[in-house]
Design a protein around this ligand. Sequence first.
Ligand code: PEP
Ligand code: MN
Length: 413
Amino acid sequence: MVVVMAAEAGETEVDGVVGRVRAAGGDAFVSRGMSRTIVGLVGDVDHLDTLNLRGMPGVSDVVRISAPYKLVSREHHRERSVIRVAGVPIGPDTLTVIAGPCAVETAEQTLASALMARAAGASLLRGGAYKPRSSPYAFQGLGETGLKILAEVRQATGLPVVTEVVDPADVDLVASYADMLQVGTRNMQNFPLLQAVGGVGKPVMLKRGMNATIEEWLMAAEYIAQRGNLDIVLCERGIRTFEKATRNTLDISAVPVAQRLSHLPVIVDPSHSGGRRDLVLPLSRAAIAVGADGIIVDVHPQPESALCDGPQALVESDLRELASVAAHLSPLVGRTLTPAPAIPREPAVAGARPAGRADPAQTTPMFHRCCDSDTNVPSMPLERGRWRSRRDGWCRWGSLRRARTRFVRHDGF
Ligand code: PEP
Ligand code: MN
């Protein structure tokens, strides 16, 4: 910490500063320049911060040299951290792709998006059940119903779930369904929310506030860490600038800067920063090239009817390119593309089921995989999924054409 004395400050003022610091157990070294005197302080910076040196006579400024955040700093932990989300790593040796719909709208849309995400190389599924919308008239999310859909889609596809929480009162509920909690840009400085996610024992993705400096972002992470949760992934999602051509300006330099200051992984959201589909792939390439530990992208089976952020959602024709970008660029930057977890085995269902048909007695899970072949692996949804109602009303079924696996959804949810 350095105290910059005012140009007109004399010996008495300098001695006053030195005396107060020494009385508090620190030490002070005076260096006299041509026009100003500077006092370098040594000691517990947090304690020295409480001495109100800025208010003393003759003091012009007090500058902290060491970072105000501790637990998330590189000084505290020299090695870069790997955070595991239900076993899926996010860190310096891997490139982790998170994909899914902006918002959970229906079970079918979420399942179709999850299959698109897997096809695009994703190992984690994103999707908002609680949406922090700028307009109170916009779709606010399905709440707990959305969380249940996410849990069912995880069971069907094997992708662990990342979902946003906006209210400290909902943290326990969201954590009971999610594998990772997301704190969005609008809540980066919602300190009670940060403290609540810090106490819940699930990894947290902390998006950078659109008006926040990198230091404020890291201080927000410190709030979470200070409650005992160091499983934090930072997400650069664009900041507000004078530029109107994009929704926000992706601050690509924030990635290496934050990685240098903090041991936490840093990922990039090219969807919410650009706000435009045509920018998602170029910004993804930039993010991977600059050294991001992952990317998080929006996908949607029918963006034209999406309830949230349709214009930025990738569609099926983009998936092959995203998969190729992720697979080809990762080794060039010394990383391995994080593979998607295995698809869970379906719970045994009593009684034989004909292929393509669900058991009417079975009400859970929401989806059955009714395999036409013996394989349990949903293949890439190369064409849009079709969902139809059965006439007898007890279930609907949808098939992704060319997919080897059919998903059957039970009604009554
Ligand atoms: C989101 O990821 O769904 C979202 C709302 O993002 P952000 O907080 O970055 O706007
Ligand atoms: Mn969104």
